[in-house]
Design a binder for this molecule. Structure first.
Ligand SMILES: *Cc1c(COP(=O)(O)O)cnc(C)c1O
Length: 452
């Protein structure tokens, strides 16, 4: 506690240690307990937890001891050092031009989904029928919404992610048996995650058929026998094989007498005219797929989850398998998924369908404002991509702000982190994945770097 009231920082009303006869400014640095009582920091402690605030206070005091902050500014400095959220995850602006950036958490949620998540965060009726007061099917409204969006699916189930959907299908339908799969579809999705390894880890055997570039229905037919669990078709979602290629038709495979599971990856529920080569759940089911698996946080634009859609008996076998319990999704995911399915177009859909001329106009406006501020900002044409989430080889015409390369790191570590991409010695901020309402924040972030 302060012992010398006269030496108190009058403005902030904060206790300081008494200055020595030498007037050492270090002794004017407010003490931790006094700082923690400062109204803004006390409020932050209630919001973020005391340890987080204490860490900011210690850091601010250290800066004052190092002479980088005046003693009377320590409280302000600590407030400035406080994190915005209680987690270490920073909301960022995705200016990479990659719509579904895995390192940035893939699909951003719609406002409807964000609100649904917040509303479901407390106690909810996720497994209770409020009318009767009895237990009910978990996530029934989300499942119904999914089922209604894909009328070709007799039944649906939702698990933790696309990989979990495959694991559940393999375990429930092919444990101790064989999965027949083309050599051209033994893919690695990213970060060392290989589908064949995942499938084998469930205790099934892979029966590889065909070649890298060509696999026919006869290849599958010749491999099918009493030990077959199912035929698996995997959409190569992050690369393309072109040239002398052939793959078997679903219609042909569906006549082989075993279930055909199709991993479409992206989560498109219906055809998307802008991405003609991207498979969708409805078309695959109509063409004869018994079961379709997909991710929720790719082109569907929802939360991380794995969708399973298809024949009633198969979906029931999956959802009742003991492993299903270990792969189940939480209420927040169910809430976000339902709001994504029933709500307005997602940010991912908006980014996908954005008009290149409108992107250019936004870039022009931003560049004009920044140039007027003395920033070396130009507008360049850019090619955006869907990302690891789908549509390999497809580029989407876009517009980008081009800034000096040194902006890249500063923008990433700024108060509103912006992630762009480096190209030919310039830092490009591609606007396709940036919602128009974020232009102002983007401008502010670049300004802040220019001024620093
Ligand atoms: C993305 C993807 C997966 C994995 O899905 P996650 O949701 O990331 O687990 C599996 N198969 C394909 C074809 C994919 O594109």
């Amino acid at each position: 506690m302060t012992t010398d009231g006269k030496r108190r920082d009058a403005a902030a009303g904060l206790g300081t240690q008494p200055a020595g006869p030498d007037g050492d400014v270090r002794r004017l640095i407010p003490r931790t307990d006094a700082l923690l009582r400062e109204p803004r920091l006390a409020e932050a402690a209630r919001r973020l937890g005391a340890p987080v605030v204490k860490a900011a206070v210690r850091q601010a005091q250290a800066r004052a001891r190092a002479g980088r902050v005046a003693p009377e500014d320590v409280a302000d400095e600590a407030v400035a050092l406080l994190p915005h959220t209680a987690s270490g995850l920073h909301p960022v602006i995705n200016a990479t031009g990659v719509l579904l950036h895995t390192n940035l958490g893939r699909a951003p949620l719609s406002d409807a989904a964000r609100r649904a998540v917040a509303e479901a965060a407390g106690p909810t009726d996720v497994e209770l029928d409020l009318a009767t007061g009895v237990r009910d099917r978990r996530g029934r409204t989300a499942l119904r919404a999914l089922r209604e969006r894909v009328s070709d699916a007799q039944a649906v189930h939702v698990v933790n992610n696309g990989a979990a959907a495959l694991v559940l299908a393999a375990t429930a339908l092919a444990a101790g048996k064989e999965i027949v799969v083309s050599r051209g579809e033994m893919v690695e999705i990213g970060d060392g995650f290989r589908l064949p390894d995942l499938l084998v880890s469930t205790g099934t055997r892979l029966r590889e058929v065909g070649t890298t570039n060509r696999t026919t229905a006869e290849d599958y037919a010749a491999a099918i026998g009493p030990n077959t669990g199912f035929v698996l078709k995997v959409h190569p979602s992050n690369f393309r094989i072109t040239g002398f290629t052939r793959s078997a038709d679903l219609t042909e495979l569906s006549g082989l007498g075993v279930p055909v599971v199709v991993d479409i990856g992206s989560g498109l529920l219906a055809p998307e005219p802008l991405l003609p080569d991207e498979p969708d759940a409805a078309s695959q089911l109509r063409a004869g797929a018994s079961l379709v698996t997909a991710s929720g946080d790719k082109l569907l634009g929802g939360p991380q989850c794995g969708l399973l859609l298809g024949e009633e008996s198969l979906v029931r076998a999956l959802s009742r398998h003991p492993l299903a319990r270990a792969l189940r999704v939480d209420k927040l995911t169910l809430a976000a998924l339902e709001a994504t399915l029933t709500g307005p177009p997602t940010p991912t859909a908006a980014a996908l369908t954005a008009d290149p001329a409108a992107l250019r106009a936004r870039a022009d406006r931003l560049a004009a404002s920044l140039s007027a501020d003395g920033v070396d900002a130009r507008v360049v044409e850019s090619a955006a991509t869907v990302g690891g989430g789908g549509a390999p080889g497809v580029t989407l015409p876009s517009a980008a702000l081009s800034l000096p390369e040194t902006y890249a790191a500063a923008l990433r570590t700024g108060r509103v982190p912006v992630v762009g991409r480096l190209e030919a010695g310039r830092c490009l901020l591609d606007l396709r994945a940036v919602p128009p309402q974020d232009d102002e924040r983007l401008y502010g972030a670049v300004r802040a770097v220019a001024e620093s």
